[in-house]
Ligand binder design. Structure first.
Ligand SMILES: NC(=O)c1ccc[n+]([C@@H]2O[C@H](COP(=O)([O-])OP(=O)(O)OC[C@H]3O[C@@H](n4cnc5c(N)ncnc54)[C@H](O)[C@@H]3O)[C@@H](O)[C@H]2O)c1
Length: 337
C-alpha cells in the first residue's frame, strides 16, 4: 500500500488518482488544513475507485506511529506541507514545524521498520533561487532561501540526504517541481486555493470567473523579451505521472544512489503575458489586467533542464500549456457554476 500524505491537496489528489487508475492500493492521509472532504469524493469519481483515507495531522508522532501499525505501508509519497510563500514570512514557526515534523515522524517510522522503504519528497524549483544558468539543471547550486517556505524545502532535502545515509532501508527521491497547473481530464478534481491565490493561473481563472476585478501583473520591466517573469508551467497530470515513474524506479531498484533528485518541468519557459494570451485564446475571452510593481522575492526566469528526468528517470511532460490552461479553466467554470 502506498501512503500519500497530503493526498487531498492539489498535487496529492492528482497523484492519488493516477495511482488508483493504475490499480495501486492507496492510503491518503490529510489533516484538511488546506483541503476539504469534497476532494476525496472527487478522487473516487475521477479514478472510479476508492482509496483508504485517514484524517490525521502528521505532526502528531503518536498518531503517525499508529498509522503504521494499522496499515501495511510499503512506500510513501510525502506531499503534506504548507506552501504559501507570503504566509511563511508571517508565520515562520508554523511553516518550519509543519514542513519538517511530519517528514521526521515518517522517517522515524521507517527507521523502526525492518522493511525497505521507497520515499518520494515534494521539493521545488524554489531551491535554485535566481539560477546562474538557464535552463536549470539539477547540478545548479542551491541558493540561500528567499522565504521560510523555500528554506523548509531545502531543509527537507537535507534531512533526506542524511537519513538515506544513516538508514539502510530508506531510498529517497526528491522531485523539484516547477509550476504545476491544470486539472484532471474528468474535471472531478483540480486546484482549490483557499483564500486569495498566490499563483498566476488560478488568479487568471478566478478573475475570468468574476471573483476578482482584475489581475495585477507584478512588473513588466524585467530583463526578458516582454518584460514579465518567465516560469515553466507543467500540467498537474504529467506531474502526477512522474511520481509513479519515480516510485517504480525505487521499487524496481533502478536508482544508482540512495538519494536522487529530479527536476519536473516541461523545459519551456512562458512569460506572464504569454500565459495571459494563452488563456485568452483557449477561453475566447479578454482578461482584465493591469501592470503593477514588481513583487519582492520573484526571480526573473526559471525553467527546467529536463534531460535528467528524460534520460535517467524515463519521464517527460506530454501536455501543452494550452491543454493545461484549458483544463484549469474548465475546472474553474465547474466549481463556480
Ligand atoms: N503547488 C505548487 O506550486 C508546488 C510547487 C513546488 C512544490 N510544491 C510542494 O508540493 C506539495 C503539495 O503541494 P500542493 O500544491 O498539492 O499543496 P496543497 O496545500 O494543495 O496540498 C497539501 C495537503 O497537505 C495537507 N497537509 C498539510 N499539513 C499537513 C499535516 N501536518 N498533516 C496532514 N496533512 C497535511 C493539506 O491539508 C493539503 O491537503 C507541498 O509539499 C508543496 O510544498 C508545490
Amino acid at each position: 500500500m502506498i501512503l500519500v500524505t497530503g493526498g487531498l491537496g492539489f498535487i496529492g489528489a492528482h497523484t492519488a488518482t493516477a495511482l488508483l487508475e493504475k490499480d495501486y492500493e492507496v492510503l491518503i492521509v490529510d489533516d484538511l488544513s488546506n483541503s476539504t472532504m469534497d476532494v476525496l469524493a472527487g478522487i473516487e469519481k475521477a479514478a472510479q475507485k476508492k482509496p483508504f483515507f485517514e484524517e490525521l495531522d502528521l505532526k502528531d508522532s503518536a498518531k503517525a506511529s499508529q498509522l503504521f501499525k494499522n496499515y501495511h505501508i510499503d512506500s510513501i509519497i510525502h506531499f503534506a506541507a504548507y506552501k504559501a510563500v507570503g504566509e511563511s514570512v508571517e508565520k515562520p514557526l508554523e511553516y518550519y514545524e509543519n514542513n519538517t515534523v511530519p517528514l521526521i515522524n515518517l522517517l522515524i517510522e521507517i527507521k523502526k521498520s525492518k522493511r525497505d522503504f521507497p520515499f518520494i519528497f515534494s521539493s521545488s524549483c524554489t531551491v535554485y533561487g535566481e539560477a546562474n544558468r538557464l535552463p536549470i539543471t539539477e547540478d545548479e547550486p542551491i541558493k540561500p532561501a528567499q522565504s521560510p517556505y523555500g528554506n523548509t524545502k531545502q531543509i527537507g532535502e537535507e534531512i533526506l540526504v542524511d537519513a538515506t545515509k544513516a538508514l539502510n532501508n530508506l531510498q529517497a527521491i526528491s522531485l523539484r517541481y516547477f509550476n504545476p497547473i491544470g486539472a484532471h481530464p474528468s474535471n472531478e478534481i483540480g486546484e482549490l486555493p483557499l483564500g486569495k491565490p498566490q499563483n498566476l493561473v488560478p488568479f487568471i481563472t478566478q478573475t475570468a470567473a468574476g471573483l476578482h476585478e482584475q489581475l495585477t501583473v507584478f512588473g513588466d520591466d524585467y530583463p526578458t523579451p516582454d518584460g514579465t517573469c518567465i516560469r515553466d508551467y507543467i500540467h498537474v497530470v504529467d506531474l502526477a505521472n512522474a511520481h509513479i515513474t519515480a516510485l517504480q524506479r525505487l521499487t524496481r531498484h533502478l536508482s544508482t544512489e540512495k538519494y536522487e533528485v529530479f527536476n519536473l518541468g516541461t523545459g519551456a519557459g512562458s512569460s506572464v503575458l504569454e500565459v495571459i494570451n494563452t488563456f485568452e485564446k483557449v477561453s475566447s475571452q479578454k482578461l482584465s489586467y493591469t501592470i503593477g510593481p514588481r513583487r519582492s522575492g520573484d526571480v526573473v526566469a526559471a525553467y527546467a533542464d529536463t534531460q535528467k528526468a528524460k534520460n535517467v528517470l524515463g519521464w517527460k511532460a506530454e501536455q501543452t500549456l494550452e491543454q493545461a490552461i484549458a483544463s484549469a479553466w474548465a475546472w474553474e467554470q465547474k466549481i463556480r457554476s
